[in-house]
Design a protein around this ligand. Structure first.
Ligand SMILES: Cc1cn([C@H]2C[C@H](O)[C@@H](COP(=O)(O)OP(=O)(O)O[C@H]3O[C@H](C)C(=O)[C@H](O)[C@H]3O)O2)c(=O)[nH]c1=O
Length: 332
C-alpha cells in the first residue's frame, strides 16, 4: 500500500473554483474547521461562480480571494510562489454536460489546459499535494447492474467527461513521471445549496417554484447516485489529511434515483402539479447510469456518507426557497 500524504501542520491551500458550487461549500467547511490554515481562493467568476457564495467569509484573516483563470500560467505560477502554497485543490472546471455538447472548446481549455497549468506551477514550487476534484463520468455509463470501482476502465462518453478523464490522466502521468504527489477524488452527482440552476435538481426546484415547465430528457429514465454536498466535503477533508499518495478515491452514497423520480419528489415536496413536467428530446449520447462503489474510501479512510436523499433534498429545497431572488425567473 502506498504511503500517506506528508503534510505540514499549518497548511496553505490554493482552492481553485472556490466561488462555484462544490468549491464554496468546501471552503465554508474548511474555514470554520481549520482556523490555523490559510486559504487562497482563485476563481474566474464565470457564469456559474458567485462571489456572494462566500460573502460571510470575506473578512476572515486566513482567507483571500484572487480573481483569475487557471489557464493563466503566469498568474498561477506567481500565486503558488508568492503564497508558498502547500496544497492545490482543483475544483475549477466547466462541468455542465449539455454545454460541453454545444461548445466543447472551453471544456478542453479549462479542464485540461487549466489543470496542466496548475500541475506545472505545483511541480515547479514543490507543493506537497495536488488534489483533483473529478467525476464518476470518466468511467462512462453502466447498465442496470454493477458499480464503478477505481479500477474500472476509463471510457468517457461526452466532451465534458472526456476533458475530465484527460485531466485525470495528465495528473497521474505527472505523479509517475515527475513524482508529483497527488490524489484524485471522483464524485457522483452532487446536489445542495449554492448550485447554479442548470443542473437537474436546482433547475427543477426553481422552475417549479416559478410554475415554469421542467424539461426532462427522453422519458427521464437515466439513473444517478445523488451525493449531498456536505458528504463530498467530508470526503475531500479525509483524502486531504489521510489519503495515500497517488491514489484515486470514488465517492458514492448508494442513493440511486431515476431522473423522473427525482423530479416527482421535488414537485411533491413543493406541492406543485406533475403537469409542469415537459418531456423533451434526449441528450445526445446520454449516459444511462452512474454508480460509484465507495468501498475504498470507506474501508481505508473511514469516510461514511451522513445524509439520506430525502433529508438532503428537503434542505436544498428550503435553501432555494430562501434564495429565489438570487436567480431571477427561469428563461424557459
Ligand atoms: C439539466 C437536465 C438534466 N436532465 C437529466 C440528464 C441526466 O440524466 C440527469 C442529471 O443531469 P445533470 O445535468 O444534472 O447531471 P449529469 O449530466 O448527470 O452530470 C452531473 O454529474 C456528474 C457526476 C458530473 O460530473 C457533472 O458535472 C454533473 O453535471 O438529468 C434532464 O432530464 N433535464 C435537464 O434539464
Amino acid at each position: 500500500m502506498s504511503e500517506r500524504n506528508l503534510l505540514p501542520d499549518d497548511l496553505t491551500i490554493l482552492i481553485t473554483g472556490g466561488a462555484g458550487f462544490v468549491g464554496s461549500n468546501f471552503l465554508r467547511l474548511m474555514l470554520l474547521k481549520y482556523p490555523s490554515y490559510c486559504f487562497v481562493n482563485m476563481d474566474k467568476l464565470t457564469y456559474s461562480g458567485n462571489i456572494n457564495n462566500l460573502a460571510d467569509f470575506l473578512e476572515y484573516p486566513n482567507y483571500s480571494f484572487i480573481h483569475g483563470d487557471i489557464c493563466d500560467r503566469a498568474l498561477v505560477d506567481s500565486i503558488v510562489e508568492k503564497h508558498d502554497i502547500d496544497v492545490i485543490i482543483n475544483f475549477a472546471a466547466e462541468s455542465h454536460v449539455d454545454r460541453s455538447i454545444k461548445d466543447p472548446l472551453i471544456f478542453v481549455k479549462t479542464n485540461i489546459n487549466g489543470t496542466q497549468s496548475l500541475l506545472d506551477a505545483g511541480l515547479k514550487h514543490n507543493i506537497k499535494l495536488f488534489l483533483q476534484i473529478s467525476t464518476d463520468e470518466v468511467y462512462g455509463s453502466l447498465d442496470d447492474t454493477g458499480y464503478f470501482t477505481e479500477a474500472s476502465r476509463i471510457a468517457p462518453n461526452n466532451p465534458y467527461s472526456a476533458s475530465k478523464a484527460s485531466a485525470d490522466m495528465l495528473i497521474s502521468s505527472y505523479g509517475n513521471t515527475y513524482g508529483l504527489p497527488f490524489n484524485i477524488v471522483r464524485f457522483g452527482n452532487t446536489y445542495g445549496p449554492f448550485q447554479y440552476p442548470e443542473k437537474l435538481i436546482p433547475m427543477a426546484i426553481l422552475n417549479a417554484l416559478h410554475n415554469q415547465p421542467i424539461p426532462i430528457h427522453g422519458k427521464g429514465q437515466s439513473i444517478r447516485d445523488w451525493v449531498y454536498v456536505k458528504d463530498n466535503n467530508s470526503a475531500i477533508d479525509r483524502v486531504l489529511h489521510f489519503g495515500r499518495r497517488g491514489e484515486v478515491y470514488n465517492i458514492g452514497s448508494n442513493q440511486e434515483k431515476r431522473t423522473i423520480e427525482v423530479v416527482h419528489l421535488i414537485l411533491e415536496m413543493l406541492k406543485k402539479p406533475n403537469h409542469l413536467i415537459e418531456f423533451v428530446e434526449d441528450r445526445p449520447g446520454q449516459d444511462y447510469r452512474y454508480a460509484n462503489n465507495p468501498h475504498k474510501i470507506m474501508s481505508e479512510l473511514g469516510w461514511m456518507p451522513q445524509y439520506n436523499f430525502l433529508e438532503g433534498l428537503q434542505t436544498t429545497i428550503q435553501w432555494y426557497i430562501e434564495h429565489m431572488e438570487w436567480w431571477g425567473t427561469p428563461s424557459n
